[in-house]
Design a binder for this molecule. Structure first.
Ligand SMILES: [Fe+2]
Ligand SMILES: [Fe+2]
Length: 680
């Protein structure tokens, strides 16, 4: 349970209430007055959606139908602005599509691709490619770790929050104000989030334009991309499609099935707004399967897969036994198993819950659930989001329904804390790990790295994170052999074993094979805190091939490194009168170290390069790149093959012969040096 900046909270509350008041006043004024005063074109309900990747972004806005000649976006780097003016000469202009929405409005869609990472952009939109809107800003994220927000069921109405919402007694009363407050808090506390993932029911009435106006009203939504989900409250009208410009929508299926990626994570969004029966569900499931198939085939190397959809199949509250949810549940679970989905973010029940890991419609037992982090779990984690605006709070079911079956012992945190809970919990759904109903608007902050995803769910009245959960996938440590590509006969040859991605690595056993006709062992040294224990033990494999086995130890609690760390150096002296190609092969690497409880454990490892071939030749000119005894045009050709290769590249062991000036990269300078040394 963490708390954020609680000491400043009293002042912050005052600030938010002032900011919120201003925000609402402006939005009310804008209907009558500010529109006229604002220069240029006024875009309504402007919003950003993710593009296919973190380098792409989609735009959507509304205008009056009388003014719908075109859809144009101009975007430029913010740094190119001078005196606050839009840098038109440095902007790129993209043209999109336009169509008729309801109530005399047109919708506009456009998208840009290939943006640079970590860059502030300015953009403006137009309906005639001549008169542009005011300038909006947008910042792209980086290329590795990122943070995003998940928010459930804002379900904006023109009315009030739930009467027992903690929020309503505090600062806000309407769902509109509750939503604005939630987004203000997100903007203030988490300014670096890359986007917001919804779980459906953005609005309450599918064709209500005023509710969409309230949804898009917070200013930050012209800068913060939103990935929406079709919920049952917007599934029956076209307004959702007019208001959002989602990428990679699967053709030929129900609207709202789409996918996007952000760095190493894939997000697949499914429309569970319909209420199928057992006889009609196959159409929907085959459409979902097509979306998941397309998304995973297009992105086979992602580290994480998230699914966003609306009707939670793992909620402890009242919707869990709805007939449609009972039909959806086994089918959705089977798809999550089939595509190895890591996380499902859903809503619909306006309660917070986090499941056990689920596979084959059962709790995965082979997981250590004792802490708030788990490592390498099988199965899928299902998170149900409560409301982001304060509309409706569903209570836990207090008695076992006919289906699904309940477990009778209440394990883990499982409580309701907003108002005294009138019922007695006699058990809980088999899939629920934690269920919490605080009756307060909330949102979840999700931090994604290469090997971990951390969920922190905040209640907006105190900004306390009331549930923290981390899922870790430990990638295997990578072991690599590297060494010299050629030596002059009689000289020494040097080889290095390195490891990367290790945590408290303490002991390493290496087995390697050496060509004994060419080489005699000279020195064997542990590096970077490792020592050779005893010495190398040699076994003859016949035909002059020898197997060496060495054990390396670290006597200071183990070594951790994400990047490549050299741990062992082998030096061989070459036979003084034998020319040819010698091979050194790393045949086995066994790693062990300490886990977080300081228990000794083996560490999964993967040898990615196990062979180095070393050519033993006569004295050669450094410009004789192909080592054939003469510097000629073929040496230029070989060097061209490795043009732009640099130290650290996978092919460097071979390529570096062409690095004749030894500066760690092969460029035009190397080619010119070779040229100057050609014997014509
Ligand atoms: Fe809802
Ligand atoms: Fe719903």
């Amino acid at each position: 349970m963490g708390k954020l900046k609680m000491t400043n909270y009293a002042n912050y509350k005052k600030f938010v209430s002032i900011a919120l008041t201003l925000c609402i006043v402006f939005s009310i004024l804008s209907v009558n007055m500010v529109v006229a005063a604002e220069p240029g074109f006024v875009a309504e309900t402007i919003t950003l959606q993710p593009g296919s990747t973190a380098r792409d972004i989609n735009f959507n806005w509304y205008s009056d139908q009388t003014d719908n000649a075109a859809s144009t976006v101009q975007i430029a780097k913010k740094v190119d602005m001078i005196n606050g003016n839009f840098p038109e000469d440095k902007a790129i202009t993209v043209y999109g599509t336009v169509g008729d929405a309801s109530a005399g409005k047109s919708y506009h869609k456009a998208g840009v691709t290939g943006l640079e990472p970590n860059t502030q952009y300015v953009y403006r939109v137009s309906n005639d490619a001549t008169t542009y809107s005011k300038i909006y800003t947008f910042k792209t994220g980086g290329t590795d770790d990122f943070q995003f927000i998940a928010v459930g069921d804002p379900q904006l109405t023109t009315g009030n929050q739930d009467s027992d919402s903690i929020h309503s007694a505090d600062r806000t009363t309407t769902t509109r104000a509750g939503w604005a407050n939630t987004l203000d808090l997100i903007s203030q506390y988490f300014p670096d989030v890359s986007f917001m993932a919804g779980t459906g029911d953005q609005i309450d009435t599918s064709n209500s334009e005023i509710q969409y106006t309230y949804y898009f009203e917070p200013n930050c939504l012209s800068s913060l991309p939103v990935a929406p989900v079709v919920g049952n409250h917007e599934g029956t009208a076209g307004n959702f499609g007019w208001h959002f410009n989602v990428p990679n929508e699967t053709p030929g299926s129900a609207f709202g099935n789409y996918w996007y990626t952000y760095n190493n994570a894939l997000f697949v969004v499914l429309n569970t707004s319909p209420s199928p029966s057992a006889s009609t569900i196959n159409n929907y499931i085959s459409a979902f399967d097509a979306t998941l198939k397309a998304a995973t085939e297009a992105n086979p190397d992602v580290s994480w897969i998230f699914v966003q959809h609306h009707k939670s199949t793992a909620s402890p509250a009242s919707h869990q036994t709805d007939s449609d949810v009972l039909v959806w549940t086994p089918e959705i679970e089977a798809l999550m198993d089939k595509y190895n989905v890591d996380f499902v973010l859903a809503g619909h029940d306006h309660i917070y819950s986090r499941s056990w890991f689920i596979q084959d419609h059962a709790k995965v037992e082979d997981v250590d659930y004792s802490a708030n982090s788990v490592t390498n779990p099988q199965g899928t984690l299902y998170i149900t989001m409560s409301t982001g605006s304060g509309l409706k709070y569903y209570d836990f079911r207090t008695s076992a329904p006919a289906s699904p079956a309940w477990v009778t012992s209440i394990e883990g945190l499982y409580y309701e804390a907003a108002t005294p809970f009138s019922g007695t919990l006699t058990g809980k759904p088999w899939y629920t790990n934690i269920g919490i109903q605080y009756k307060v608007p909330q949102f979840t902050v999700i931090d994604v790295t290469a090997n971990s995803v951390t969920f922190n769910t905040y209640r907006t009245d105190t900004m306390e994170s009331f549930d923290t959960y981390t899922v870790i996938k430990s990638a295997p440590a990578v072991v690599t052999l590297s060494g010299v590509a050629d030596i002059v006969v009689g000289n020494d040859a040097d080889y290095i074993v390195s490891v990367s991605g290790v945590d408290k690595l303490a002991t390493v056993t290496l087995k390697f094979e050496v060509d004994g006709a060419y080489f005699n062992g000279k020195s064997f040294t542990g590096l970077n805190g490792f020592e050779v224990l005893g010495g190398v033990e040699w076994t003859s494999l016949g035909n002059d091939v020898w197997m060496g086995r060495v054990v390396l130890v670290n006597l200071n609690g183990g070594i951790s490194s994400t990047g490549a760390l050299d741990i062992f150096e082998m030096v061989f002296a070459s036979n003084s009168n034998l020319l040819g190609t010698a091979e050194i092969r790393l045949v086995d690497a066994v790693l062990s170290g300490y886990d977080n409880a300081d228990k000794a454990v083996y560490i999964d490892s993967l040898i990615v390069n196990n062979l180095v071939q070393t050519t033993i030749g006569q004295y050669f000119s450094v410009y004789d790149v192909n080592r054939d005894g003469v510097v000629d045009q073929l040496d230029l050709t070989v060097a061209q093959m490795f043009f732009m290769a640099k130290e650290g590249d996978a092919n460097w062991a071979t390529a570096k012969r062409a690095d004749v000036n030894g500066d760690g990269r092969i460029d035009i300078e190397d080619l010119i040096l070779i040229l100057k040394n050609i014997v014509w």
